[in-house]
Ligand binder design. Sequence first.
Ligand code: G3P
Length: 240
Amino acid sequence: MAIFLDTGKISDIEKYLKMGIIRGVTTNPTILLKEGITGGMKGIKDRTIKIAELIDPYPLSVEVTTNDREGMFRQAKDIARWAKNIVVKITIHGPKGELDNLEVVHELETKHDIRINVTAMMSAQQCFLAAMAGASYVSLLGGRVNNMGYNVIEDIKCLRSLLDTYKLKAQIILASTREVLNVIEWLRAGAHIVTVVPSFLDGMIIHPYSKETVQMFLDDAARGEIKAEPLAVARKKGKA
Ligand code: G3P
């Protein structure tokens, strides 16, 4: 899987999809609001369906917009019907630590066959329990963890080892990228997927020394074209 794009912007998704370097898309209400998506669920549904069609069969994560227990069930079932490649995102708990969420995750995964991405997680232990509950994806917000003064790499290694030991199906998504370097370092630490801010992909591709090298090739190709004719003439005359 490796790289997902953390965006709701159609043009960015098209750009990197055509390059063949992304395998999924993740969104959340904050990302969609930044994209100018308003109008509640109707606005989210319209954009979601467009993205889901564009990236099919790759997965698209779409978050519920409530933390009410029944509301999460209702929205998750509704969102999952919008397209077959949708994964529903649910936070690990509510804003005050309310604990309905993992029960909702467990029931949706095991009784309703809906793929769930548990999000807003800051530690391996949160992700481990979300994986135990049956989540298909567990999202660890690496940049936010690092901003608290811890290095998320230790959590990634620990989590991957637990998932492998106990043969849990969850895929680890590292989100909240802050630097280009995060993509490779988090994958190497054991993340199955890093969901990347679009501009970081350009940063991974473009290198100043590659630019200089490409310029050298182009300059020499142009010089070779200029010299090509006199050399051919000389060869004909047997002088070269
Ligand atoms: O998917 C969660 C991610 O988008 C959060 O990123 O940059 O707000 O920490 P950030």
